[in-house]
Design a protein around this ligand. Structure first.
Ligand code: AMP
Length: 310
């Protein structure tokens, strides 16, 4: 397939993908809510490199918003999003209406998906119902797309854990690929919410990245407890009066249970508010065994920088 096509109906998407599979093509899938930026583009580019037909869904999922104002304010920019997907070499954009995915909306759907346990904490606690909405829409989209490689960003580390769990437990035929976070040159993770930072908030927001780097540097340098990691992060964030911290922690990437003392593969996570804007960041860190403490930490390098020309 060459030119990019935009499809609004589930049935048409299913037909196109069935034809592609019949022709021996491997399907790559990138679920998004649109307002695409270089972070999303990197997911599409990776899917293009690893599969034959790449479909990007653009759907602002009402089920995952706990705040109606936030849902209303979420940017909807399908024409620009389509250009981003085309520029990254993607083949299909799936942009369904709300009614296409939730017949009878706004009547609540009869079936929702709840991933117990790991959604009780952090984002799940801060945003009641959020992960049920995410799990429900991802389940529907993966069931519709069928066997595929599906690409998700590591910035939303708990979402990645939720998706991995539902794919494993529901035996969905998708291979989940975790992608590094694309950042501004000063470390701020790209997010559709960054545009709402005003005045000094934009500069202050870089403290999230500095905090997760401080945690990963500490874990690389010496044995540290969970409390010491949290203190190192809180110290960095505490220097910015514009920042209200929701949580800082070091967790198991699969269960999102805190790890104390941190060992092996962990995720360092932060959520904080700057005025009305709530930002997340995360960094996967491999804590070296004590004897190799001076060795470099795998995957703690700043993730893909956003080069100036992008
Ligand atoms: P969203 O449309 O914001 O829900 O995000 C769609 C996908 O893009 C999710 O898998 C996110 O984790 C991923 N994503 C968002 N921001 C970034 C970023 N800065 N770098 C890499 N992936 C990202």
């Amino acid at each position: 397939m060459s030119a990019l096509a935009v499809v609004h109906r589930a049935e048409e998407l299913r037909d196109r993908l069935a034809r592609a599979r019949g022709a021996g093509q491997r399907i790559g899938f990138v679920p998004t809510m649109g307002a695409l930026h270089a972070g999303h583009r990197s997911l599409v580019a990776r899917a293009v490199a690893e599969t034959d037909l790449v479909v990007v869904s653009v759907f602002v999922n009402p089920l995952q918003f706990d705040d109606p104002t936030d849902l209303e304010a979420y940017p909807r920019t399908l024409a620009a999003d389509t250009a981003v997907v085309a520029g990254a070499g993607g083949h299909l954009v799936f942009a369904p209406s709300v009614e296409e995915l939730y017949p009878g909306f706004p009547t609540p759907p009869a079936i929702t998906v709840h991933v117990a346990g790991l959604t009780d904490r952090y984002e799940g606690a801060a945003r009641p119902g959020h992960f049920d909405g995410v799990a429900t829409v991802v389940t529907k989209l993966l069931a519709l797309v069928g066997p595929c490689r599906a690409y998700f960003g590591r910035k939303d580390a708990q979402q990645l854990a939720v998706v991995r769990r539902l794919v494993a437990e529901l035996l969905l035929p998708a291979e989940i690929v975790a992608c590094p976070t694309v950042r501004e040159p000063d470390g701020l993770a790209l997010s559709s919410r960054n545009g709402r930072l005003v005045g000094d908030q934009r500069r202050a927001a870089t403290a999230l990245y500095r905090a997760i780097r401080a945690a990963s540097d500490l874990l690389a340098a010496q044995p540290a407890t969970r409390a010491e990691v949290q203190a190192a992060m809180a110290e960095v964030l505490g220097r910015e009066p514009a920042i209200d911290v929701d949580y800082v922690d070091v967790v198991d990437p699969e269960t999102f249970v805190p790890v104390d003392p941190p060992a092996g593969d962990v995720d360092v996570i932060v959520a904080a508010r700057l005025g009305a804007v709530r930002l997340l960041d995360a960094l996967p860190v491999t804590v070296p065994p004590p004897l190799q403490r001076s060795a470099p930490v795998a995957d703690a390098a700043p993730a893909t920088p956003l080069s100036p020309h992008r």
